[in-house]
Design a protein around this ligand. Sequence first.
Ligand SMILES: Cc1cc2nc3c(=O)[nH]c(=O)nc-3n(C[C@H](O)[C@H](O)[C@H](O)COP(=O)(O)OP(=O)(O)OC[C@H]3O[C@@H](n4cnc5c(N)ncnc54)[C@H](O)[C@@H]3O)c2cc1C
Length: 311
Amino acid sequence: MKEIREEILKINKDIEIIEDAPMSKYTSFKAGGNAKALINVTSIEDLKALLKLFNEKGVKHMVLGNGSNTLFKDSGYDGIVLRNAIEGEISYDKDPANLEVGEKCQVTVSGTGILLSVLARAVAAESLTGLEFASGIPGSLGGALFMNAGAYGGEMVQVVKTVRVISPDGKEDKIFTNEEMELSYRHSILEENGHIAVEAVLELAKGEKTAIMAEMKELATKRNTKQPVTFPSAGRTFKRPEGHFAGKLVEDAGLKGVSVGGAEVSTLHSGFIINKGGATATDILELIALVQNRVYDEFGVELKPEVRIIG
Ligand SMILES: Cc1cc2nc3c(=O)[nH]c(=O)nc-3n(C[C@H](O)[C@H](O)[C@H](O)COP(=O)(O)OP(=O)(O)OC[C@H]3O[C@@H](n4cnc5c(N)ncnc54)[C@H](O)[C@@H]3O)c2cc1C
């Protein structure tokens, strides 16, 4: 680590390297082991240089956003986590104040480390509609692009115009169109080609600020009453299987409230596995396997985790 630390600091002496980083601190499940190191990457230039360096030297690494869909195993991660802390700026192709209701506006976000909730509120303040669905999703914009995050009938594919990406070796810097992103249910091309989303242009429309605010408030109330938001989790644990709802299958299999160590199938929403307190990643993974096996035995349906498991 000493040698690579020196090389990293040659890129930018201000880069903060946290060695033996506890990933429970950087993920919403609040569980899991340590990474060899974690870097809070604050600029696209640093990101490119770090990717180039790590590829040249064969240093194992991965990109993390806000950690709200990721679980690190208790054995940890034997590599460097590049945590996207590139916040950037939000700019508009036309002054939203001068638009007629319904008129389109392109919003450039020059850093995908920004939280979706922050972005949704910023555009709502400009009376732009289209991102209300995302206001309660606790991820970064980059993670949302990677996962094609969605809620309450909205998903990123509906608002993304283009995405600036960096190739995994740090050498290519290019633009993917909405189509090239291949956004589908909890999937994008980034999952296959390892490119990193660093900037995005979204297409929103001028709306009525009071209606936008009311919509966000209503969705927040739904979320806060129907989901176990007061416990650490990674959101819905499983992807929606074709023709079914994961939560319903889990509940019908009699698994509501079932626990392994500190991990529990939420009694409020069976689609969520929560950290009731002190859960290890092993508890969570054992509970995931138990749920998968029981649902398969009962209904012959294979539940696939939506949460990304690392290590
Ligand atoms: C309480 C709760 C509620 C949730 N509700 C929803 C919901 O309604 N809808 C929904 O879709 N999700 C939901 N989620 C899950 C999660 O918030 C989303 O999947 C979110 O998009 C993940 O973003 P993140 O930045 O936290 O990603 P992370 O967990 O940090 O990363 C997820 C994956 O994306 C990759 N990645 C991250 N940033 C980039 C980047 N810039 N470029 C390329 N790859 C990248 C990572 O390598 C990783 O594989 C919920 C989670 C919680 C905890």
